[in-house]
Write a protein that binds this ligand. Structure first.
Ligand code: PLP
Length: 460
């Protein structure tokens, strides 16, 4: 298996190179040149495998250039950090099944992908003798998952910028209490947008980027998608002899794109993919109206889905255009100029064959948390509640509905308190954070200061 770009202008490369490249050099996103179709014989062999073993089997198909023993070690190390023996357990609550993806070290589903990516990086850097300085800006959640993905790893330093005093206390502590020598938290005196702008400027300084081997850890890395395909297959195989539906709280389109890939691999096992959004519903509008157009970001109680440009959307577009990279490239150029794309009747029909969708506003989210708690005793975080609302809307008796639980409710205690009148119980991972030692550098939101800090502390 080789990897190609959605925009068609790179030579095919292997998995290892695809992971190190991140964004394709022609500006597109990387995809495998074929999607493996899983035979019924293989499905039988996979049935009942523990999560880690299934991860190994699935990822092997996409990473033939990593030797089996090494890949086994990578997935074992990645998921040893999860606090639940089943890694991503499935629990039935009321009319739906909840796939709990939040048992990783930062209590959000991003750990599933970033624990894997961190261990892949470590393996590849050891092999090549190179090093990596990861630089990123966060509004709260992705930063901690990225930090936990690479903490303590050799040949990797990580620099994460967050807006000083503008992330939640729990989010701040989840980052700054990681005091491994290779982790550098920087609180900038500014906003998240300032942080993003600084990171972008530094990445555009190609001399600086090359000198320090700067790398990103954002949601477009193929290794993140491949790790997420696994839990769809894990959940689908749980229901022997029946198809399943999935409801997915969606922001950047990474998670549900992994579901799209899983369905291509197991077409007889996965029926509907329900794309659930909050008020930032660009993707819902895409499915229902066949238009893809930028709006203003609205702040909601599910902040990790407060996104307008869905960075993984281009991957789906490539398949919508029947794998024609020329059409994908033209569309993305058009979108960059006009901020909008329109689709033909035929294309819209294809989109609707792939996704059902529902927009869930903040009031409905709060009501869903309250009602679900009343009916089942189970506490949903606001992101998960968006998905559960959509799942309940589309569930029928023919097929089980699996709702992806993307964060632990304790991460969004305020929203939960408003819905059910009490704070969720704190799991051990966050209960003791206030007492822990913490480390963070406060700097001005200025490129020169951040660069100087990296020069001082970066690997060379
Ligand atoms: C990132 C995130 C999402 C959205 O996932 P995408 O892959 O961006 O669609 C949903 N819920 C939580 C808690 C998240 O952190």
């Amino acid at each position: 298996m080789k990897y190609i770009s959605t925009r068609g202008n790179i030579e095919p490369i292997g998995f290892k190179e695809a992971v190190m490249m991140g964004l394709a050099r022609d500006g597109g996103l990387l995809l495998p040149d074929t999607i493996p179709l899983i035979s019924s014989q293989t499905i039988q062999q996979w049935q009942g495998l523990p999560f880690v073993d299934l991860s190994f089997e699935v990822i092997s198909l996409f990473a033939p250039d990593i030797p089996a023993a090494a890949l086994r070690g990578i997935v074992q190390r990645a998921y040893a950090t999860f606090s639940h023996a089943e890694v991503t357990p499935l629990v039935q609550k009321g009319r739906v099944h909840i796939l709990e993806l939040f048992h990783g070290p930062t209590l959000a589903f991003k750990d599933v992908a970033l624990q894997f990516l961190g261990n892949v990086f470590e393996y590849l850097l050891k092999e090549s003798g190179r090093h990596l300085n990861i630089l990123g800006a966060t509004s709260g959640d992705t930063g901690s998952a990225a930090i936990y993905g690479v903490r303590g790893k050799e040949r990797i330093n990580i620099f994460i910028l967050h807006p000083h005093k503008r992330v939640s206390r729990i989010q701040e502590l989840q980052m700054t209490t990681v005091t491994d020598a290779n982790v550098f938290n920087i609180a900038i005196r500014g906003t998240f947008d300032d942080g993003q702008a600084i990171v972008k400027t530094i990445f555009n300084d190609l001399d600086f980027k090359d000198k320090y081997g700067l790398g990103a850890i954002n949601s477009i890395n193929w290794a993140r998608i491949v790790a997420q395909i696994v839990y769809y297959i894990y959940a689908a195989l749980h229901f022997k002899g029946s198809k399943v539906d999935f409801a997915v709280p969606t922001g950047n389109f990474g998670d549900i794109f992994a579901g799209f890939m899983a369905r291509r691999m197991l077409p007889a096992h996965i029926r509907h993919l329900v794309l659930a959004t909050n008020e930032n519903n660009l993707l819902s509008r895409f499915v229902t109206k066949g238009e893809y157009s930028l709006g203003q970001v609205v702040q909601t109680s599910s902040p990790s889905m407060d996104i307008q440009v869905a960075s993984n959307f281009e991957r789906f577009l490539y398949y919508l255009y029947d794998e024609q990279s020329g059409l994908t490239r033209e569309a993305m150029e058009r979108f960059a100029q006009s901020g909008r794309l329109d689709f033909t009747e035929d294309e819209q029909r294809k989109v609707r064959e792939n996704f059902l969708t529902l927009t869930v506003n903040q009031q409905q989210t709060r009501e869903t948390i309250a009602d679900f708690y009343k009916e089942t005793g189970y506490v949903l975080d606001p992101h998960t509640a968006v998905g559960v609302k959509a799942g309940l809307h589309f569930v029928d008796d023919a097929v089980p509905m699996v709702c992806l639980a993307t964060a632990h409710p304790a991460k969004f205690g305020e929203a939960v308190l408003q819905a059910i009148g009490r704070e969720p119980d704190l799991p051990p991972a966050v209960a003791g954070l206030e007492e822990k030692e913490s480390r963070c550098q406060i700097l001005d939101a200025e490129v020169a200061q951040i660069k100087a800090f990296i020069e001082e502390n970066g690997l060379q």
